[in-house]
Design a protein around this ligand. Structure first.
Ligand code: NDP
Length: 393
């Protein structure tokens, strides 16, 4: 039986993974090693009763008694705390889903690579903050990282059997998010509720807001660079409101291979779960004749300043990705807490990068995870200062 762990089991990616594991036989097909969550004890316990993992881990330590009580009599081990989540990754598993949101997902994914199996990587923050370290760790243990972000899964699939040397350009698409058609002058007044609704995808709140601001796409551009090792100037973003063509690879002979599919993460997750086979998956089939047409446009730099910031981060290199992600997470927290307006988020991130750049060290290569975490802490501290200086718009 294949040994499988799911980090971030109660989230949007985690629930889709749970759905697929269950449909593919659950505990009768897989030996579930670890299921982890941040705070949602009730759902974690429900999932654990179905999939019967060796251990269920909750990140919030105060919730350990609740988790223990919910799993009484099941024989499933329990643990709590950030360290326990990362330690769960030390339990050998051949396939692990990295589905925690934010920089908190880096450590468990990194440690899961030591088993030399497959890391299904949804947590894009891992590649943005520590791409080279993660790829080196995978190579050191002959582990495989399979992308789960729909665009990167699409690129991976388009590249099957192809030579990277023949690739001219990688294009990833973006829906344009909740405010694609809003007048620019209204963006500053956008509410958290309005930003938390995605036109096509059903995702966690943080990535949904990041889609509206295009910070999500900015992260994905960096992820593309780290995963496929392609120069930043050969990565393109196209606004594609229908979210059906996820990515395109352009080759030197003028051909382009694109990947189409319904906007349902169970495709990319199922692809990573069953790779190199293709299993029957419960995703809607596209009826292109009924859809009629697909549309594309270049992103408006004034509407989506995050894309420019991603280019600056890639140009700086080194620890800039960690600073970018941490500043973005802090700005997002402040927006969700109604401390800053929607458009102020990119201003906060830019100011943090400027201040860190002035101090030097932003582009220094990360040679250890500690360096990544140090930069993360510095960027969050500076973001706190900048947010404190920012008037609520
Ligand atoms: P969600 O917010 O829906 O879920 C996040 C998961 O991580 C939950 O299980 C949550 O637990 C857990 N979690 C949150 N904070 C912590 C923490 N500090 N320590 C440990 N666990 C924690 O996020 P998504 O599923 O939307 O996204 C997960 C990742 O996948 C992100 O990196 C995102 O960018 C990426 N991704 C998501 C896509 C999507 O369709 N949702 C598409 C492509 C990529 P709890 O439920 O208890 O809070």
């Amino acid at each position: 039986m294949r040994r499988v762990s799911v980090f971030g089991a109660t989230g949007s990616i985690g629930e889709s993974t749970f759905d697929l594991l269950t449909r593919q036989g659950g505990a009768d097909t897989y030996r579930i090693v670890a299921l982890t969550a941040g705070r949602n004890v009730r759902r974690l316990a429900e999932q654990a009763r179905v999939l019967r993992p060796e251990i269920a881990v909750i990140a919030d330590e105060a919730l350990l008694p609740d988790l223990r009580e919910a799993l009484t009599g099941t024989g499933i081990a329990t643990a709590a705390g950030d360290a326990a989540v990362a330690e769960a990754a030390d339990r050998p598993a051949e396939w692990a889903m990295s589905g925690i949101v934010g920089a908190a997902g880096l450590a468990p994914g990194f440690r899961a690579l030591a088993h030399g199996g497959t890391l299904a990587l949804a947590n894009k923050e891992s590649l943005v903050t520590a791409g080279p370290l993660l790829m080196e760790e995978a190579a050191r243990h002959s582990a495989r990282i399979l992308p789960v972000d729909s665009e990167h899964s699409a690129v991976f699939q388009a590249l099957a059997g192809e030579d990277m040397d023949a690739v001219e350009r990688i294009t990833i698409t973006a829906s344009g998010g909740a405010f694609r058609d809003w007048p620019l002058e209204d963006l500053a007044r956008a509410s958290v509720a309005e930003a938390s609704t995605h036109p096509n995808w059903n995702m966690g709140q943080r990535i949904t807001i990041d889609s509206a601001s295009m910070f999500n796409k900015a992260m994905e551009v960096i992820e593309t660079r780290e995963f496929f090792g392609i120069d930043p100037d050969r990565i393109e973003v196209l606004v594609h409101p229908e979210s059906m063509l996820h990515a395109l690879v352009s080759f030197r002979d003028g051909g382009m291979i694109g990947h189409l599919g319904a906007p349902d993460m169970r495709h990319a997750i199922g692809y990573a779960l069953n790779w190199p086979d293709r299993a029957h998956l419960p995703v809607a089939r596209l009826d292109l004749a009924a859809i009629g047409r697909l549309t594309f446009s270049a992103p408006d730099p004034a509407r989506y300043p995050a894309l420019r910031l991603a280019r600056e981060v890639m140009a700086a290199g080194g620890l800039a990705g960690s600073a970018f992600n941490a500043a973005k997470e802090a700005a997002l927290d402040a927006f969700i807490a109604d401390r800053i307006g929607f458009t102020a988020m990119s201003g906060v991130v830019e100011e943090v990068l400027d201040r860190l750049s002035g101090q030097g060290g932003l582009g220094k290569p990360a040679t250890s995870l500690d360096m990544v975490y140090d930069m993360d802490r510095s960027a969050r501290r500076i973001a706190g200062e900048v947010i404190g200086e920012t008037d609520r718009i």
